[in-house]
Design a protein around this ligand. Structure first.
Ligand code: C2E
Ligand code: CA
Ligand code: CA
Ligand code: CA
Length: 279
């Protein structure tokens, strides 16, 4: 057992070393990847739970790395947050997503909505609101078709400047969604303090929905809470027909997940919209 333990330690250290090296390599290459537009924005449809119509998409950033293949965004977003690169990265994703959606609105469906994830660090940038305002003017997009996805923990820990920025973004007409709802600290106080429009039910509550009475209770409670506050609900990570059926029957507004489609490159998303319209 002692030998085994030692072997495990050596192996663990080797893995840690590799991880550390990978992180350093990625950190040193991310800036350039942003500058030369090596990153991609993928689009995952948000679908009306009842009608099955695609009403919009969530923009999710991708990094097809020449050596490592697709690097998970959780990994390089956290690197970007440590290195201040989250500002150019976040700006780039927002611009790509809004310009793409403006095109789709002009050619396919003027009501097409787009959701963009914002990292808490981005609110340390005093020019954030101004930059978004300029993008709205440049594209002429209807601001109400843009939704910002913020995590619960971010709202819980945010200071006065974040609240100020969110208030200004709302005043521009944008929508706000709380992402991963139910996984953060257990306070609902922010629901009355922030001008929220949408609750996104976290995948962890959806995953076992088809056979967990507890998760059904949680989802039912979140949907009821949202309804009584006049908020929209989106269920994320819907993979099974049974989950979709339950959510539609229990009043969840929108679904998102592999059951319908994984995140797709813009062109493939467009093809999906055309197939969806033919239904
Ligand atoms: P998130 O915002 O909670 O995004 C949902 C994640 O769930 C995405 O992972 C999506 O691909 C994945 N997903 C969607 N449907 C399913 C499903 O049915 N089953 C399963 N197992 N997963 C599903 P992804 O793209 O790897 O992104 C991970 C996280 O990285 C995101 O979580 C978000 O926090 C962050 N992220 C991605 N793009 C951006 C971005 O542009 N800016 C910022 N700040 N964060 C981003
Ligand atoms: Ca999200
Ligand atoms: Ca989420
Ligand atoms: Ca989640």
């Amino acid at each position: 057992a002692a030998e085994q333990g030692k072997g495990a330690t050596v192996c663990f250290e080797k893995d840690l070393g590799e991880l550390y090296q990978r992180r350093n390599t990625l950190a040193s290459q991310l800036k350039r990847a942003i500058e030369v537009a090596e990153l991609r924005v993928y689009y995952q449809p948000k679908v009306d739970a009842v009608s099955g119509q695609i009403i919009g998409a969530e923009a999710l950033v991708r990094w097809p790395h020449p050596v490592y293949g697709f690097v998970p965004p959780d990994e390089f977003i956290s690197i970007a947050e440590e290195n201040e690169l989250i500002h150019p990265l976040g700006t780039w994703v927002m611009e790509q997503a809004v310009m793409q959606t403006t095109k789709w609105q002009m050619t396919v469906n003027e009501k097409m909505r787009i959701a963009v994830n914002l990292s808490p660090q981005q609110f340390r940038d005093s020019a954030l609101v101004e930059r978004i305002k300029n993008l709205l003017e440049l594209t002429g997009i209807n601001p109400a078709t843009i939704e910002l996805e913020l995590t619960e923990s971010m709202l819980m820990t945010s200071g006065a400047s974040t609240i100020d920025a969110l208030t200004r973004l709302k005043a521009l007409g944008l929508k706000l969604a709380i992402d991963d709802f139910g996984t953060g600290y257990s306070s609902l106080a922010y629901l009355s303090r922030f001008p929220v429009d949408t609750l996104k039910i976290d995948r962890s509550f959806v995953m076992h929905l088809q056979d967990s009475a507890e998760d059904q209770s949680i989802c039912r409670a979140v949907i009821q809470l949202a309804k009584s506050l006049g908020l929209e609900t989106v269920a994320e990570g819907v993979e099974l027909e049974a989950q979709l059926q339950w959510l539609a029957a229990n009043g969840c507004d929108l679904i998102q997940g592999y059951y319908y489609s994984p995140p797709l490159p813009a062109q493939e998303f467009l093809e999906l919209i055309h197939r969806n319209a033919d239904l």
